[in-house]
Structure formats: structure tokens, C-alpha cells
Design a protein around this ligand. Structure first.
Ligand code: SAM
Ligand code: SF4
Length: 367
């Protein structure tokens, strides 16, 4: 008798997954994981529909004040040519997203807290709102800021914020970051809480397949998202970068294909745990498998972030090695993407913001 399938069916039939159940699912073999994917696909269809929503990704600047050990654009990497897009360039990318019915844009970049930066984002948000008659959804992913700044940006038009916790295990967090004023686990947690209080659709996430990371850590990350009542998650494989301190631990890493499979399992399990949230198919999946993001959509993700950064700047936003699409214009990416998403079985929610259903439930509970 095949006990593993029996075991997996029992786990998948449960209303609540325990940490041990999640670890078993993360370790599942090919047959069992396919069972998991069938279930997560059904849940996606039932709770958020077979839709994929676009977020046009603008990699606004690779100038960063921080020194995360894994990231290719960290402050101390002197082999990166630094750029910051000017307002005109950003707004023309936004215009592209608007005209092509993307529904939403994401402004992402290195972390800075200086006044010039804060003002620039504020002014941009107001212009994006005007340009799109308030129709475009705007997500920010610009790291930790004060409550005042988050509030100001919220009032100027941002309504979603993505701030990955990177790992919910504090010990692991400090293996990935220096332990100093600029890099502080508690501050990151507080920032997430502040975003929730300010009624942002609040997103977080982790990297998967990090050196020193265990299956238990990953299970705890998923339970952290659930217990934090998060609205959106963007998580994907860790991919090493030679010009970063974490690279010295590369012999501890799982092969890329295993990091990829683990990422798909994380997405599928998260869909079981949090049925109505938005889950992004992270760009890093595409760095490992050309149709990696579409595979993620099939097992539970419902958001994709086509890169609409001007091609000339993409080669400098290298967080990790083999970053995809750095030579393609926004148009090339969009055309092939639509066909691939349709093959994956989803309809694209053109012109729709595709807000997190979970967010509206969370907010209405509070009122
Ligand atoms: N600076 C902001 C922050 O850190 O929150 C936003 C931009 S940062 C580049 C966006 C995400 O890139 C980070 O949260 C991190 O998870 C991811 N990232 C950085 N280096 C990576 C790597 N080597 N492999 C995979 N993801 C990476
Ligand atoms: Fe800067 Fe974000 Fe990279 Fe950390 S992950 S170095 S904060 S861009």
C-alpha cells in the first residue's frame, strides 16, 4: 500500500495545517507534491478565481543605504553602476502601464530615508494619481520608513506596500543582515505593523533556499504570514550573487532546481493556509526557469509583475545572478507573457486593480 499518498491526502483534507504538516508537505515527493498542487489550484479557483493581475514593475533606483548580505545592489558593492530614474522616465513607464491596461504599478528600489527621496516619491505618487485619474493601483516597495512617511505616501496615492520580512526567524535574519541600527529585525516588524494600521494592503515575504534555512524555518514563515493576517505575499528563491558576503556560503545551498521546487511548494501551501490573499509569482522564479512564474500561477499565485523599467537601466538592478529580461523592452515582455499566462489557464485581469480580497475582510473586521 502506498502510505505516502494516504498521508498526504490526510494532511490535505485538514481544515488547519500544523507546522509538522507543512514540513511534510515541503518535503513531499513528486507524486505527493502534484496532489498538493491540484488542491491549491482548486482553492485558488474557488477563492480568487482563475485570474492573474498585472503590476507593472518599475525598478526606480538601485541606490541603497543598506547592506543586506544577499543583495547585489547593497551599499558596499562598488561594482554596481548606480542610477536613479528621473520623474519623466518613471511617468512614461506609468503611462505605458496605464495605456496597456495593467491596472497597477509597483515602484521598487533601494532603501533611502532622506528628505529629497521622500519628497520625490510623494510628488510622483500625486502625479501618478493625476495621470491615471486615480485608476491605477500603486504598490510601493521602498523599505523601512517612519510612520509619518508611510502616512504621507498613503495620502498621496499609494495603497499597497511590500516589505519582505526576509525570514521570520530572528537568528537567521541576523545571518542575512548586519546587526546594527540600520538593520534591525524589530524595526522591520514594527514597520509592517505600521503599514497595517495605516490601512495599506500590506505585503511581505521571504527568500526560499537560503543558506542556514531549515524546513522548519519555512513552515514558521508561512505561519507567520497567517498569524500576522497579511494581505499579500511575494516570496521566491534566493539566488546567489558573487559580489555579496552571503556568496561565501554557496556550498550550503540546495541546487537551483530544488530551490525552485521548494518555492512552488511554499506558494501552494500558502494558498491552502490563506485562501483569499494575493500571492505574487516572484521574478526570481523566472531566473531559474523561463516559465517559472507561470508554473507558480498554476499552483496558487495570482499576481505577476512584468518589468516595465526602461531596458537601459535593467542591467544595473542586479539583485542576483541570471536576472531575466534585462535585454527586453516592456513590449516584448508583455506580448509573450500574455500567451504564457493563458496557457497556464488564467485570464488576465486587464484594467483591474486586483486588490487583495483578504484586505477588505481584514479592514471590515476592524470597523
Ligand atoms: N529595498 C527594499 C527592501 O529591501 O525591502 C525593496 C527592494 S529589494 C531589492 C526587494 C527584495 O529583493 C528584497 O526584499 C529581497 O527579498 C529580494 N532580493 C534581494 N537580493 C536577492 C537575492 N540575491 N535573491 C533573491 N531575492 C533577493
Ligand atoms: Fe537595499 Fe533592499 Fe537590497 Fe537590502 S534588499 S540591500 S534594502 S535594495
Amino acid at each position: 500500500m502506498d502510505t505516502s499518498v494516504n498521508n498526504i491526502s490526510n494532511i490535505l483534507a485538514k481544515a488547519d495545517l500544523t507546522k509538522q504538516d507543512i514540513v511534510s508537505l515541503l518535503k513531499s515527493n513528486v507524486e505527493d507534491r502534484n496532489e498538493l498542487y491540484r488542491k491549491s489550484a482548486l482553492i485558488k479557483e474557488e477563492f480568487v478565481g482563475k485570474y492573474t493581475y498585472y503590476r507593472g514593475l518599475i525598478e526606480f533606483s538601485n541606490i541603497c543605504a543598506k547592506n543586506c548580505y544577499y543583495c547585489g545592489i547593497r551599499l558596499d558593492n562598488k561594482n554596481t553602476s548606480r542610477y536613479e530614474l528621473d520623474e519623466k522616465t518613471i511617468l512614461s513607464a506609468v503611462q505605458f502601464a496605464y495605456e496597456n491596461n495593467y491596472g497597477s504599478v509597483v515602484l521598487q528600489g533601494g532603501e533611502r530615508e532622506d528628505k529629497v527621496f521622500v519628497e520625490k516619491i510623494d510628488s510622483l505618487l500625486k502625479k501618478i494619481k493625476k495621470l491615471s485619474n486615480g485608476e491605477l493601483g500603486v504598490t510601493l516597495s521602498l523599505g523601512e520608513q517612519t510612520k509619518d512617511v508611510y502616512n504621507r505616501w498613503r495620502e498621496s496615492g499609494a495603497h499597497r506596500y511590500l516589505l519582505r520580512i526576509e525570514s521570520s526567524n530572528i537568528d537567521l535574519y541576523y545571518k542575512l543582515h548586519p546587526n546594527n541600527k540600520k538593520h534591525n529585525f524589530e524595526r522591520r516588524l514594527e514597520a509592517l505593523q505600521t503599514l497595517q494600521t495605516l490601512e495599506y494592503q500590506t505585503g511581505t515575504g521571504v527568500m526560499i533556499g537560503l543558506p542556514f534555512q531549515t524546513y522548519e524555518d519555512l513552515a514558521n514563515d508561512l505561519l507567520f504570514f497567517r498569524d500576522f493576517d497579511i494581505d499579500m505575499v511575494g516570496m521566491g528563491p534566493y539566488i546567489e550573487h558573487a559580489e555579496t558576503p552571503l556568496f561565501q556560503h554557496k556550498e550550503k545551498l540546495l541546487p537551483l532546481t530544488e530551490r525552485f521546487n521548494l518555492s512552488l511548494k511554499m506558494i501552494a501551501i500558502l494558498r491552502l493556509l490563506m485562501k483569499d490573499i494575493n500571492i505574487a509569482a516572484a521574478t526570481a522564479l523566472q531566473a531559474i526557469d523561463p516559465i517559472g512564474r507561470e508554473k507558480a500561477l498554476k499552483v496558487g499565485a495570482n499576481i505577476i509583475m512584468p518589468n516595465i523599467t526602461p531596458t537601459i537601466n535593467r542591467k544595473n538592478y542586479l539583485l542576483y545572478e541570471n536576472k531575466p529580461c534585462i535585454d527586453e523592452g516592456a513590449d516584448d515582455c508583455t506580448n509573450c507573457l500574455e500567451a504564457r499566462i493563458n496557457i497556464a489557464g488564467d485570464t488576465i485581469g486587464y484594467g483591474k486593480k486586483g486588490d487583495s480580497k483578504h484586505y477588505y475582510k481584514r479592514i471590515s473586521k476592524k470597523k
